[in-house]
Design a protein around this ligand. Structure first.
Ligand code: SUG
Length: 432
């Protein structure tokens, strides 16, 4: 097959699933991750499911790229926590299992948490800004920040782009999962070029002792990112505590946008915030699904609002996780989106990622670019059919079909994974 000509300039960067995908029960406020804790995972199926989604998006004519998984186990983390030498894994497994799991985590696959991005037409200085998320709410995710910074600096190595340092740890920031870009009325399409879009930062409410879960996104972090990026038209809205308590640990579990469409659950935001948005941007089509049609718990179970929305030449596409099809109430919500926007729906099985709380929208970072900016992106990180074929072959031949908690203390598994990582660096032409 001949690779299609791009029909959009919004780059989608997916996280490639690594050979150590497992269920650690590590995701704070993430009900799926808690439920799956210690069950048997399939790294091979997880990676193939992710690649199938990337291929489909690529075939739609969308620039599709990837961020590779980090080398595992994270020996630096183990050493910083006092685990060194030949028994490091076994010792960590006995006395600090959370540190052991963090050292093996493939959570970098959820690139919606890799960074917050501001398009050049939305920034006062006319450059594309990226701030890697510090992910400081949890140990396993916080270790992603420094390597993500280095990777993004390679992908966007051109002075059209600025990759900032992650925010200081206490300003907890989870990246684009809590950020939406509503295209300006002057823009023809999701790609930048018209006036400034409204960049919507969604952060948690003030901490409360009554809360079941605290928000992972602090308001002062959202404001700091917006300041750093020089956003021309930012807006700040608050997640509802009810949604966080029901398991919406990121806003993208209950709301998603593309271009001038916002698809969300009625309980996603604090009272009055959606009305404020509507008043500010009356041109935006808001498909706000009420509790009567889709109870919040069902929305969080199906991840309907975590669908990946993509606007291509004016047509809205939704990459929807297969389990939505099994929920009549979620299908009713999807019908509302289709009625309002004539969306084309594509169903995908992402079950392995979903069991850790990561749906279609979690697996991709959107980078709205102009055609010239897209040309400046480092091509080693972009996929085409041949690269996708090679990646599938790499996964099929070298990833385990089953992984158990006990494998994480096995030094033989560590050696195996290091060979798998080296083969990927070779395939993508990346340095050690
Ligand atoms: O941060 N899960 C991730 C899921 C992230 C989903 N991303 C978005 N919503 N954008 C998290 O909770 C689970 C890992 C484990 O349990 O092994 C985890 O980290």
């Amino acid at each position: 097959m001949i690779d299609p000509i791009y029909r959009s300039t919004e780059l989608h960067l997916d996280g490639l699933v690594g050979p150590t995908h497992f269920y650690g029960g590590l995701g704070y406020g993430n009900l799926a991750s808690a439920k799956s804790a210690n069950s048997v995972s399939s790294p091979r199926r997880a990676a193939l499911q992710g690649l199938a989604k990337m291929r489909a998006v690529h075939r739609l004519g969308v620039p599709q790229g990837l961020l590779p998984p980090r080398a595992r186990p994270d020996e630096e983390l183990l050493a910083r926590c006092g685990f060194t030498g030949p028994n490091a894994l076994a010792d960590a497994g006995t006395s600090a299992p959370v540190i052991l799991k963090a050292a093996w985590s493939t959570s970098s696959m959820w690139t919606a948490n890799a960074a917050t991005v501001t398009a050049s037409s939305d920034a006062k200085d006319g450059r594309v800004h990226l701030t890697p998320a510090n992910l400081s709410s949890s140990l396993h995710r916080s270790t992603e920040a420094a390597p993500t910074h280095d990777l993004l600096s390679l992908v966007f190595a051109n002075d059209r782009f600025i990759v900032h340092d992650p925010l200081p740890g206490p300003l907890a920031d989870e990246g684009a999962a809590n950020h939406m870009r509503l295209s300006s009325p002057g823009e023809k399409e999701a790609s930048p070029g018209g006036g400034p879009a409204t960049t919507v930062f969604v952060h948690g409410p003030d901490q409360s002792d009554a809360a079941r879960f605290q928000s992972r996104q602090r308001a002062d972090a959202s404001r700091a990112v917006s300041r750093l990026h020089g956003d021309r038209d930012p807006m700040f809205i608050t997640q509802s505590q009810r949604a966080i308590d029901a398991g919406a640990f990121h806003n993208d579990v209950v709301a998603v946008s593309s271009d001038r469409v916002l698809f969300c659950h009625d309980q996603a935001f604090a009272a009055g915030d959606l009305a404020r948005l509507r008043e500010l941007r009356p041109d935006v089509t808001i498909v706000n699904v009420s509790e009567d049609i889709l109870p919040l718990d069902d929305a969080i179970a199906s991840y309907i609002f975590n669908s990946e929305l993509i606007t291509i030449e004016g047509q809205l596409h939704a990459i929807v996780e297969a389990r939505v099809g099994a929920s009549a109430a979620s299908m009713a919500a999807l019908d509302l989106l289709i009625e309002a926007t004539d969306t084309t729906v594509h169903l995908f099985d992402l079950g392995q990622s979903m069991a850790n709380g990561g749906g279609p929208a979690c697996l991709r970072l959107r980078v709205p670019l102009t055609a010239e900016e897209l040309d400046a992106v480092e091509s080693r990180f972009l996929v085409d059919e041949a690269k996708l074929d090679a990646l599938e072959a790499w996964v099929t031949s070298s990833f385990r079909d089953e992984l158990r908690a006990a494998d994480l203390v096995d030094p033989e598994f560590a050696r195996e994974v290091s060979d798998v990582d080296a083969a990927l660096r070779d395939l993508l032409g990346l340095p050690d």
